[in-house]
Design a protein around this ligand. Structure first.
Ligand code: FES
Ligand code: FES
Length: 161
């Protein structure tokens, strides 16, 4: 079956089994290996992408769910001004150790910054509650996102994508 979608700005047309897992197509067929597989059951958030602008766990979706849609992975977000801001803030606060969870946290944090972005610890915790980190501890991760929220108003960007 033919499946069409856009990923990180590139239009893709694949002749593919529509029931294949979206994460496998993203990682293995298209090479966007920033999307990680942790639990494979929709529980850890490592495989999170934005699908038509909303965070979804790509390990529990079949590729047919992406047909006609727009995908943004951690690689695409890393090219955007708010993505770069978040990466700088995670770096500054030493919020990443092994880095396995980071792409998923980057995706949900980016979504929070473009959809709300209030520097509220309560809201940030809630926005990131679906993602698991086995090393760093959440305090520094929340601090990073808080820092990005505080700095975002000073950026010369009105990024909403
Ligand atoms: S690998 Fe998809 S949610 Fe854990
Ligand atoms: S930094 Fe290792 S899982 Fe989060």
């Amino acid at each position: 079956m033919k499946i069409n979608f856009t990923i990180n700005g590139n239009h893709i047309c694949l002749d593919i089994d529509p029931m294949r897992r979206l994460i496998d197509v993203i990682r293995n067929d298209l090479g966007f290996t920033g999307t990680k597989e942790g639990c494979g059951e929709g529980e850890c958030g490592a495989c999170t992408i934005l699908l038509d602008g909303k965070p979804v766990t790509s390990c529990i979706l079949n590729v047919i769910h992406a047909d006609g849609k727009e995908i943004l992975t951690a690689e695409g977000i890393a090219q955007k001004p708010i993505g770069k801001l978040l990466i700088d803030c995670f770096d500054e606060t030493n919020a990443v150790q092994c880095g396995f969870c980071f792409p998923g946290f980057l995706v949900v944090s980016y979504y929070y910054l473009i959809s709300d972005g209030e520097p509220s610890l309560k809201k940030i915790k809630s926005a990131l509650s679906g993602n698991i980190c086995r090393c760093t501890g959440y305090k520094k991760i929340f601090e990073s996102v808080m820092l990005a929220c505080e700095r975002k108003p000073r950026m010369n960007t009105n990024e909403h994508e």
